[in-house]
Design a protein around this ligand. Structure first.
Ligand SMILES: *Cc1c(COP(=O)(O)O)cnc(C)c1O
Length: 385
C-alpha cells in the first residue's frame, strides 16, 4: 500500500496540530508559562526550559507553518518585521543584498535606515527583470530578497528563473510570501531557500494579532534562526501562536473565497469608467498573467486601482460604507488603503512616483463577505468621484 501524501487542506488542520497525548485535547493547549520545572540539573522533561528558547504552543505552530511551506524548519517572531530583522542577522559587514524594488514599505525602511548602518549594502532592483538582477549580483552578494506579487502594484518575479540565477552564483533567495499565503504559492518548490510571512495577514486571517515567520530549508537555517529567537527574544507569544494555529485551519476555505471575491471585484473594477487601471494578476490584461498562472495556484485577493488623483482616492475612500478604510490586509473583512500615505509613506516621494505608486492609487484587500455586497458598496463609492 502506498501512503497517500496529505493535501493542503488536510495539512492545514493536522500538521503540527495532533491531539494532545496527555489529555486528548483536540486543540493544541495554550502554554502560558515563562519557565518549566526541571527534573534535575539540566534535565528538562520535553526539551523546554524557558519560553524565549522554546514553548510547546510555539513548537506546534512552527511545525504547522513549516509543513505548509514545505521547508525543514519554522521559526515564528513577534511580527513580520521581527522575522525580517532576524533574517538580516545572517548578514555581516561588507555583504551586499539585492531587494525587490517595490517591497513592503517597512522592509525598505528597515533595510535603508537600520541595516545599512551595519555596513551592509542594500540595492533595490526590479527583480522581475532578470538581466537587471544578473547585472546587480556581485561577489559580495549574500542574499536576494524577493516579494512576489509586490505591494501594491502586483508585479511578479519569476521564482524559478531568479533562484536558478542566484544559485549559479552561490547566492541564497528569500521570498516574502505574505500576499498569496502557502495556499496559492510555494516558493520552496521553485528553489527558494527561505520563505518569510507576516502571519498578521492571511495566515492568521482575522486581523486580531501580529506575527511573522521564517521557514528555512537547510540545517544552518534551523540552527541560526532558533539561535536568533533565543538571543534577541523577538519571539511570538504563546497566545498569538494559538490564534495563528486556529487561523491556519481555515486557510484553504478562506483563500478560495478570497479568490472568488477577488475575481468578481477585479472584473467589476476593470469595466468601470472611473477606474483608470486595475492591478490584479488574475486579469488576462495583467502583463504577467501567464507567469502568475505558471507559479501560483491562484491569484488571491490583493489588488490596486488608479483613480487619477489623491482627491479622487479620498472621495472614494470616504464614501465606502461596508469596506473598512484601514492599513493591513489578509483578514476576513475587506480593507482599503492609500499606499502613498500609509505603507509607502516612508519611501521618498520621487522614488514612489518612479515606482508607479501614485497619489491616486488605492489598494484593496478583498475579504470574504458576500461579493455582491462588496461590489454594490464599491459601486456607490465610485459614484462620489
Ligand atoms: C505586513 C507586511 C509585512 C510586515 O509584517 P508585520 O506583521 O506588520 O510586521 C511584511 N511584508 C509584507 C508583504 C506585509 O504585507
Amino acid at each position: 500500500m502506498t501512503i497517500r501524501k496529505p493535501a493542503f487542506d488536510t495539512l492545514a488542520i493536522h500538521a503540527g496540530q495532533t491531539p494532545d497525548p496527555q489529555t486528548g485535547a483536540v486543540n493544541v493547549p495554550l502554554y502560558l508559562t515563562s519557565t518549566f520545572e526541571l527534573d534535575g540539573i539540566g534535565q528538562t522533561r520535553g526539551g523546554w526550559d524557558y519560553s524565549r528558547a522554546g514553548n510547546p504552543t510555539r513548537d506546534h505552530l512552527e511545525e504547522s507553518l513549516c509543513a505548509l511551506e514545505g521547508g525543514t524548519s519554522g521559526h515564528v517572531f513577534a511580527s513580520g518585521m521581527a522575522a525580517i530583522a532576524a533574517l538580516v542577522t545572517m548578514l555581516k559587514t561588507g555583504d551586499h543584498v539585492i531587494c525587490s524594488n517595490n517591497v513592503y514599505g517597512g522592509t525598505q525602511r528597515l533595510f535603508s535606515n537600520i541595516t545599512v548602518g551595519y555596513g551592509i549594502e542594500i540595492e533595490y532592483v526590479d527583480t522581475s527583470d532578470l538581466v537587471a538582477v544578473d547585472r546587480a549580483l556581485k561577489p559580495t552578494t549574500k542574499l536576494v530578497h524577493v516579494e512576489t506579487p509586490t505591494n501594491p502594484l502586483m508585479h511578479l518575479t519569476d521564482l524559478q528563473a531568479i533562484t536558478d540565477l542566484c544559485h549559479s552564483k552561490g547566492v541564497e533567495v528569500s521570498v516574502d510570501n505574505t500576499f498569496l499565503s502557502p495556499y496559492f504559492q510555494s516558493p520552496i518548490e521553485f528553489g527558494a531557500d527561505i520563505v518569510m510571512h507576516s502571519t498578521t495577514k492571511f495566515l492568521n486571517g482575522h486581523s486580531d494579532g501580529l506575527g511573522g515567520v521564517l521557514v528555512g530549508t537547510k540545517p544552518e537555517h534551523r540552527e541560526r534562526f532558533h539561535y536568533v529567537q533565543k538571543c534577541t527574544g523577538g519571539i511570538l507569544s504563546p497566545f498569538e501562536c494559538f490564534l495563528v494555529l486556529r487561523g491556519v485551519k481555515t486557510l484553504g476555505v478562506r483563500m478560495r473565497q478570497h479568490e472568488e471575491n477577488g475575481h468578481a471585484v477585479s472584473e467589476f473594477l476593470a469595466m468601470h469608467p472611473k477606474v483608470q487601471k486595475v492591478f490584479y494578476p488574475g486579469l488576462s490584461s495583467h502583463p504577467q498573467h501567464e507567469l502568475a498562472k505558471q507559479q501560483q495556484r491562484g491569484f488571491g485577493s490583493m489588488m490596486a486601482i488608479e483613480t487619477g488623483s489623491q482627491e479622487n482616492a479620498a472621495k472614494l475612500m470616504k464614501a465606502l460604507k461596508l469596506c473598512t478604510v484601514a492599513e493591513s490586509l489578509g483578514g476576513v473583512e475587506t480593507l482599503v488603503s492609500h499606499s502613498a500615505s500609509t505603507t509607502h509613506f516612508s519611501v521618498p516621494p520621487e522614488i514612489r512616483l518612479k515606482l508607479g505608486i501614485t497619489d491616486g492609487l488605492v489598494r484593496f484587500s478583498i475579504g470574504i463577505e458576500d461579493k455582491n455586497d462588496l461590489i454594490a458598496d464599491i459601486e456607490q463609492a465610485l459614484a462620489a468621484i
